[in-house]
Design a protein around this ligand. Structure first.
Ligand SMILES: [Zn+2]
Length: 478
């Protein structure tokens, strides 16, 4: 028993250490330092340099067309503000590529790992060696090795020039079924082609991967993870009463999404004779064609077979488990920041509340909850709620649905009061910049301008260098 106790307290200490830096606050990644070269070369420069290299897949004219379109697209993405640089995520991903291509320095030079702010669980290889790795993928993988396998697979797409082939094939498909086929047929024709590319990328990707020190078993696990990527990540019901109820804000039963509500919704639907039409693929093959990761079960099987006999003395995290956890958590925080910045306030609120269960004292997360509630209330007040928050009918995730149901039950005054009481209830709230500026904005909307002024003053005193200092001064008539 004592041993168990010692062990478990050691575990608590370790896990506390692991996440120590996220316990009290989070600072979103800012773009700093010198902009990397590959961001700066113009599309035209890149096109010219590619045209000088010969390749046997495309004709000169096709090559021109291919490199022109991909490079302009690439420049657009690089300059969109959606790609990180000089940050720890990009550094981490590129260290994995270093590990994978240790023995192939020439190839390594051609590959650039870029982390995107996209939340889809995915990665992509661009024709000229740029690999895009989404935040959504980094947040979801279980270890460095899984990320390494997906990178190996993308590197293989690049080596095998699949983009060039794909480009040529797309053109032929368009030509051959020109006018006759509908869009879906065209899409399927392209998909069955890329399916072969996927097998090939797995095969060569696995060769690269097995040369490294990453655990062979994690290759198949990475694909299993992609298979589940359309499902929501760790999601579970939030205890809304525990989170939001205070002395000044009570949650009535009717605001909560319960069994009773579900029954009632069913009955309402029957009453209106709503017939639900579901598009269901006729058979497995059809379902396969509609999937974003076609044939994944067969790919998993093939990889399991190929890795069965490979030795075990390899690792899941070459750069260490602690760094992986840090990177993964950083990606989770960055997803919340991204969702806030694009105005996906209910989604961002939900993810922040989930992460607050792990880091209940995190100032950044508390601030995000408060600010999201404020903006939801603001859009509600100008009759534009649907721009920032869907109706609960629209969600397939029961836990998120419950939160949406609750928020949709509140009128504008209640929404503002919820934001106010939540922000007020936080200990040490006066040291949280986001709260000190959100509270008076809510009070203004509730027409409690005198009370609001006290907070603008407090903001001025506590955050003289803060982001909202000019705004606070303006509100105080200074
Ligand atoms: Zn692929």
């Amino acid at each position: 028993m004592l041993r168990v106790l010692i062990l478990s307290s050691a575990f608590v200490l370790v896990s506390f250490n692991l996440f120590g830096q996220f316990e009290s606050n989070y600072e979103p990644i800012l773009y700093t330092g010198t902009i990397p070269d590959h961001f700066l070369h113009s599309a035209k420069e890149k096109i010219t340099s590619h045209l000088e290299q010969k390749d046997d897949i495309l004709s000169k004219k096709e090559g021109e067309e291919f490199y022109t379109s991909t490079n302009f697209e690439l420049s657009k993405i690089l300059l969109s503000g959606e790609i990180y640089f000089n940050d720890k995520l990009t550094k981490y991903v590129n260290s994995i590529i270093d590990n994978l291509l240790k023995e192939q320095p020439e190839l390594r030079k051609q590959i650039t790992g870029c982390v995107t702010k996209f939340t889809a669980v995915n990665a992509a290889a661009w024709g000229e060696g740029t690999l895009f790795i989404n935040l959504g993928l980094i947040a979801r993988v279980e270890n460095e090795a899984q990320l390494a396998y997906i990178l190996s697979h993308e590197i293989a797409h690049y080596i095998k020039k699949h983009n060039l082939e794909q480009f040529k094939n797309d053109k032929e498909v368009e030509k051959s079924i020109f006018n006759k086929a509908n869009e879906m047929e065209q899409l399927f024709a392209k998909l069955s082609f890329s399916r072969e590319n996927e097998y090939e990328a797995d095969k060569y990707g696995l060769e690269i991967y097995l040369e490294s020190n990453y655990d062979p078993k994690e290759a198949a696990n990475a694909l299993r993870l992609l298979k589940k990527s359309d499902e929501p990540d760790q999601t579970h019901q939030l205890d809304l009463r525990k989170i939001f109820e205070t002395k000044t804000f009570t949650i009535e039963d009717a605001m909560l999404y319960t069994e009773k509500t579900i029954e009632k919704e069913k009955k309402d639907q029957e009453d209106f004779l709503v017939i639900e039409v579901k598009v269901k693929p006729e058979n497995i093959d059809e379902a396969e064609k509609l999937s974003t990761h076609p044939n994944i079960d067969k790919r998993i099987e093939a990889i399991e077979f190929a890795t069965k006999k490979v030795g075990k003395s390899k690792t899941k995290n070459i750069q260490g488990a602690q760094l992986f956890k840090e990177i993964q958590k950083t990606a989770t925080f960055e997803i919340i920041e991204k969702q806030f910045n694009i105005g996906a306030y209910s989604r961002c609120l939900y993810n922040a509340l989930l992460l607050l269960e792990v880091f209940p004292k995190n100032k950044y997360l508390v601030g995000v909850v408060s600010r999201s509630l404020y903006w939801i209330a603001y859009y509600q007040s100008i009759n534009s709620l649907r721009l920032v928050m869907p109706n609960h009918y629209r969600s397939d995730d029961p836990a998120y649905k419950s939160l949406l149901y609750f928020l949709n039950k509140l009128d504008n005054k209640q929404m503002l009061q919820l934001c106010y009481s939540y922000s007020k209830s936080k200990p040490n709230g006066k040291e949280n910049e986001a709260l000190v500026i959100t509270i008076p904005r809510v009070l203004d909307m509730l027409n409690e301008n005198e009370k609001a002024k006290k907070y603008y003053k407090l903001y001025q005193t506590n955050f003289p260098e803060g982001n909202y200092i000019e705004f606070a001064k303006y509100k105080l008539g200074e």
